[in-house]
Design a protein around this ligand. Structure first.
Ligand SMILES: Cc1cc2nc3c(=O)[nH]c(=O)nc-3n(C[C@H](O)[C@H](O)[C@H](O)COP(=O)(O)OP(=O)(O)OC[C@H]3O[C@@H](n4cnc5c(N)ncnc54)[C@H](O)[C@@H]3O)c2cc1C
Length: 335
């Protein structure tokens, strides 16, 4: 039996950020992840300046691919809006491994299945024991499954379904493009270039609304890949991969005793752009502060909106979710 003060289940952005803050605060922390890093993670890899700041990433010394966009191209019903911005892209394969290594925490490869309470501690698969437990294992997080399923049920109307491909490609257009609501998709598709000749393209939408329309995401993928060829001359020869996660709902319970939920495990992605890395990092840091200093595990500063929470955010949110399960006003406040 391995004893630890804090165990973090999942070493993605939420888990690695929690682990880093805990290490800095002098806690004894162990990260359990089912994969050995570097591991692939389906994600467009767009990150905001807030994420760069929150994870202390210095672009000058970051050892992997890092690209800054100067324009974000919005495409909506035939309208094209090139918006000046400073946003960035990374490759998750590289970024997540870097983040976890930066944490300085001990990491063990283990797929967590069973979690029980035992004399006030948490007992994991009969092999690990801890006083504090942080659930950071994404949509199918075993901490959610074992401890929070009843208290924080998943809201089907807030579930996204996605398909994407990341591949080596000598792109010519260095900006990020987003196409909203094409062919009635309750979501958007994207073109996100990465430094040194990589590209991520993908599509995501709300699963339940697609089902209600009698459509699936593959139909939209086929149309999207045809358009990519017309627009950029990119011929998609590979099959995309899929993943599903939840955007932010009316979250009530993300802490039970000494167990915490963070990132996708808590369903924290923003409702207007389905951005999950920033909320994962933020929630991981806040859970760690709660363990270290007894602070409330309060998600008020973990934004539910990527575009500030104003009328544009609300319109896009409405286009995706029809306003189902909107969180309290405070939860949608900008960072
Ligand atoms: C196609 C797609 C595109 C996206 N694009 C963007 C984007 O451009 N920008 C953005 O901000 N967000 C994006 N997101 C959302 C973003 O990827 C997630 O919100 C983010 O990764 C959440 O981080 P996390 O740390 O909570 O979980 P994850 O990154 O999913 O990490 C969870 C970790 O837990 C581990 N794990 C899982 N189960 C177990 C288990 N049983 N035992 C032990 N370990 C386990 C996994 O191996 C993984 O390492 C995208 C998502 C998808 C699917």
């Amino acid at each position: 039996m391995r004893n630890c003060e804090v165990i973090v289940v999942g070493g993605g952005p939420a888990g690695a950020s929690a682990a880093r803050r805990l290490q800095q605060g002098g806690a004894q922390v162990l990260v359990l992840d089912k994969e050995v890093f570097p591991r692939p993670k389906l994600c467009a890899g767009w990150i905001t300046p807030e994420v760069v700041r929150d994870v202390d990433l210095d672009p000058a010394t970051y050892p992997h691919r890092f690209l800054s966009f100067r324009r974000l191209h919005w495409h909506l019903k035939g309208l094209h809006l090139p918006i000046p911005c400073v946003q960035h892209s990374i490759r998750r394969l590289e970024f997540d491994a870097w983040l976890l290594e930066q944490s300085g925490a001990q990491v063990a490869a283990h797929t967590v299945r069973q979690i029980e309470r035992d004399r006030g501690d948490y007992l994991i698969d009969g092999q690990y024991r801890c006083k504090y437990l942080i659930g950071a294992a994404g949509t199918a997080c075993p901490v959610h499954r074992n401890l929070f399923r009843q208290a924080l049920p998943r809201v089907r109307a807030l579930q996204t379904v996605t398909l994407e491909l990341e591949f080596a490609h000598e792109w010519r257009d260095p900006d990020c493009h987003l196409w909203f609501f094409e062919d009635g998709l309750p979501g958007y598709s994207w073109y996100v270039p990465k430094a040194r000749g990589w590209l991520n393209v993908g599509i995501g939408g709300m699963a339940q609304r697609l089902k209600q329309r009698g459509e699936d995401i593959w139909l939209h993928w086929q149309r999207f890949s045809q358009r990519l060829e017309q627009r950029f001359g990119i011929r998609i020869a590979l099959e995309p991969s899929g993943y599903s996660y939840y955007v932010r709902g009316p979250i009530d319970v993300v802490r039970l005793d000494n167990a915490f939920l963070t990132g996708d495990a808590a369903g924290l992605a923003t409702r207007d752009l389905c951005e999950g890395i920033g909320p994962a990092v933020r929630s991981g840091l806040r859970a760690a502060d709660s363990v270290l200093h007894g602070a409330d595990y309060d998600l008020a500063n973990v934004t539910g909106a990527s575009m500030g929470g104003g009328w544009i955010s609300r319109m896009v949110d409405w286009g995706f979710t029809r306003g189902v399960g909107r969180p309290a006003v405070g939860a949608a406040a900008p960072i």
